[in-house]
Design a protein around this ligand. Structure first.
Ligand SMILES: [Zn+2]
Length: 216
């Protein structure tokens, strides 16, 4: 990992306050954006203000609040969209998803590439390993930035909570299994940025998340 600190900005967007993250390399000026669900004008302006060139649009799962603005951001920047193929059925249900929220249906397109388990994505200086963590949806992934000791968790794991599993493609048992076998095995100091709400660490969740300690 280079000496310079990465540009790292996480901010909530849209009515469901999905956490969108911009990660940039201050030396190469390359960047990735994770989960641009909405407010694409604002995200694009921020990239421009920071002088960053977008290399990848990474989507943790195909719920509208995470993926809704991806195509618009691709049209503005030319960056490819990566999304796990198991969430393609959800992507095709965008009109229904918009209906759940009473929102206009965003235009979507199939991803340029599937975010497959074990794949390396991100920037040369700040790479991430893809962890397929089905349960919240069948194509849910987490992004483990190993050198940065950081995990982008999507809606799989939250501070003190876990993702809902009552929507199409959700499976509660599978979600718990994904969290235990793929996330709680990561180093305890790993900084976790969930898809909604405040940040946490793997160690904190292992010790105190009531959905994981057996207390619920
Ligand atoms: Zn979700």
């Amino acid at each position: 990992m280079p000496d310079a600190k990465p540009i790292l900005e996480t901010f909530p967007i849209g009515p469901l306050q999905c956490n969108c993250t911009i990660l940039g390399d201050p030396a190469t000026k390359e960047a990735i954006v994770i989960d641009p669900g909405e407010e694409i004008g604002r995200i694009h302006r921020r990239l421009t203000d920071l002088g960053l060139k977008l290399k990848q649009i990474l989507i943790t799962h195909a719920h509208i609040d995470h993926v809704g603005g991806a195509l618009r951001l691709k049209q503005l920047t030319g960056a490819p969209i990566l999304l796990n193929e198991n969430d393609l059925p959800l992507l095709q249900m965008m009109e229904m998803q918009a209906g759940w929220l009473g929102m206009p249906t965003p235009e979507t397109a199939p991803p340029d590439e599937s975010l497959r388990d074990g794949m390396r994505v991100g920037l040369d200086s700040y790479p991430a390993d893809v962890l397929h963590t089905p349960g919240h949806t069948q194509g849910s992934v987490c992004l483990h930035f190993v050198p940065m000791k950081m995990l982008i968790a999507g809606d799989t794991l939250f501070a003190g909570s876990i993702g809902r599993t009552d929507l199409p493609g959700g499976n509660g048992r599978q979600l718990i299994d994904s969290i235990h076998t793929r996330l709680l095995v990561l180093p305890e100091e790993t900084h976790v940025i969930p898809g909604h709400g405040p940040a946490t660490t793997i160690g904190l969740e292992k010790d105190s998340n009531p959905f994981l300690t057996g207390r619920l």
